[in-house]
Design a protein around this ligand. Structure first.
Ligand code: FAD
Ligand code: NAI
Length: 467
């Protein structure tokens, strides 16, 4: 096997494996190295895919328990948690093997091992059998992703004090689950265990859940989750955990300081964010610059300060999302091949896969106000959408923001059924620089949830018809 490539990709997640695939398509040879043992990175192994498998299964369980009767279906439902976990593991296995197949198809050598950059153009890989292999390439792409941010003073054991990884593999349903952090992981995985029977309490440092999302969406989102049985302690921080007894005793206090309170829980999920992962990569020795948050600094073309070394995905700045890593992978591979790869960061959607889903793309009203951009708003509730009625899922709304002068779509915020799929239309509109009128005058099939997007777009110019 050759030890010299056009590019060496370190990390086999959505950033790394997509970079290797695109390099192959462009006729460049590559090796894709991951130390995990299976390819697909955080996303396929312990992130997007297993979480969505459990979200789907727990949704069906909950629906069968609570909503079937309304549809005239009588069912007696029992939870088989081991079988639910087996199904999740099966999906993960199929997809990670799929990535190996795609790498092979792209003629990228998939190498299991821990990579270290020893000099520009040179990578040493510690193989599982203890041997070392030295590889060379004109280009090295760092795609080493991210890891869980720790909560100071709290030791994770992945059984009682867990991260998302432990929350994807609990052996029984905890009676009481305390979630630290009302972000995406806390709310998605909190929803899974709530639906499977846990009492879920969420402690959030800031004064709102999912900070950064549109304020109106946040409020409705919290109302819906509260109705589903989650309870929230906002503006609150965890100051200590006593794990000596049978249950955890978690001491919390107001974020600004004040009277303490003890919350008892069987399991505590720490979900306060993720941080870039570059440990052991040799970046200091080679002189690759990191920012104050430990992210690899790159220019707009994903080049680091060291010639021939590039970085993409969670380990560099920006949102930590699989499709953002994928887009950067394509652009970076194209740059390496001498093409003009580019990512439009205004058109990167983001979805929270709760029930209902929350999906956003582009700017929030808060951001537009802060930037002094005049905008118009069109809004449409799912309670007025025929299809939402027929599927008995009428909570939420679509909100579209467009430039007041040009009508160019600037953002969309959706909370409601299938929001994650609906956002694609507005993402495309933003990518094409479309006006809200373009969406409003496009024929949408009836009866579909997409009509709610159209009616919201009509609302920007004040001619929503079905409300
Ligand atoms: P990663 O996927 O983290 O891959 C990096 C890989 O590099 C890892 O496999 C690691 O083993 C390897 N590596 C690191 N150092 C070395 C080394 N020295 N040598 C060899 N290999 C190394 N995003 C979404 O868009 N949608 C979702 O629904 C979603 N759900 C998520 C749910 C959870 C629970 C979590 C934790 C994350 C979720 N994410 C989701 C985020 C998503 O997983 C990440 O944004 C994405 O995986 C980042 O891709 P990446 O390629 O940059 O890094
Ligand atoms: P997050 O950044 O989404 O949320 C973390 C939350 O914890 C924030 O609300 C923050 O204010 C709060 N927090 C921080 N410190 C705290 C403290 N000491 N006490 C209490 N609260 C505290 O991070 P999360 O949920 O861990 O997810 C990490 C990343 O993974 C996300 O940012 C996202 O990029 C990715 N992800 C994406 C998913 C998706 O696209 N559906 C699903 C899951 C993860």
């Amino acid at each position: 096997m050759a030890d010299s490539f056009d590019a060496i990709v370190i990390g086999g997640g959505p950033g790394g494996y997509n970079a290797a695939i695109r390099l192959g398509q462009l006729g460049l040879s590559s090796a894709c190295i991951d130390k995990r043992g299976t390819f697909g990175g955080t996303c396929l192994n312990i992130g997007c895919i297993p979480s969505k498998a459990l979200l789907h299964a727990s949704e069906r369980f909950h629906e069968a328990q609570t909503d079937f009767a309304k549809l005239g279906i009588k069912a007696k439902v029992d939870l088989d948690l081991p079988a639910m976990m087996t199904q999740k593991t099966k999906v993960v296995g199929e997809l990670t093997r799929g990535v190996e197949f795609l790498l092979k198809k792209a003629k990228s050598e998939a190498i299991v091992g821990e990579a270290k950059i020893t000099a520009p153009g040179k990578v040493e890989v510690k193989l599982p059998d203890g041997k070392t292999r030295t590889l060379t390439a004109k280009n090295i792409i760092i795609a080493t992703g991210s890891d869980v941010a720790p909560l100071p003073g709290v030791t994770v054991d992945e059984e009682r004090i867990i991260t998302s990884t432990g929350a994807l593999a609990l052996k029984s349903v905890p009676k009481k689950l305390l979630v630290v952090g009302a972000g995406v992981i806390g709310l998605e995985l909190g929803s899974v265990w709530r639906r499977l029977g846990s009492e879920v309490t969420v402690v959030e440092f800031l004064d709102r859940i999912t900070p950064g999302l549109d304020g109106e969406v946040c409020k409705q989102f919290q109302r819906i989750l509260t109705k589903q049985g989650m309870s929230f302690h906002l503006s609150t921080k965890v100051v200590g955990v006593d794990s000596k007894g049978k249950t955890l005793k978690v001491t919390v206090e107001p974020a600004a300081g004040g009277a303490q309170q003890v919350i008892e829980a069987d399991v505590m999920l720490v979900a306060i964010g993720r941080r870039p992962y570059t440990a052991g990569l040799g970046l200091e020795e080679v002189g690759v610059a990191l920012d104050a948050k430990g992210r690899v600094i790159t220019d707009g073309h994903y080049k680091t300060n060291v010639p021939g070394i590039w970085a993409i995905g969670d380990c560099r700045e920006g949102v930590m999302l699989a499709h953002k890593a994928e887009d950067e992978a394509v652009a970076c591979a194209e740059r390496i091949a001498g093409r003009a790869g580019h990512v439009n960061y205004d058109a990167i959607p983001s979805v929270v896969y709760t029930m209902p889903e929350v999906a956003v793309v582009g700017k929030t009203e808060e951001e537009l106000k802060a930037a002094g951009i005049a905008y118009k708003v069109g809004k449409f509730p799912f309670s007025a959408n025929g299809r939402a009625k027929t599927i008995a899922s009428t909570e939420g709304f679509v909100k579209i923001l467009a430039d007041a002068a040009t009508d160019k779509v600037l953002g969309a915020h959706i909370i409601g059924p299938e929001a994650g799929n609906l956002i694609a239309e507005v993402t495309l509109a933003i990518e094409f620089g479309a006006a809200s009128e373009d969406i409003a005058r496009t024929c949408h099939a009836h009866p579909t949830l997409t009509e709610a997007v159209r009616q919201a777009a009509m609302g920007v110019e004040g001619w929503t018809m079905q409300m």
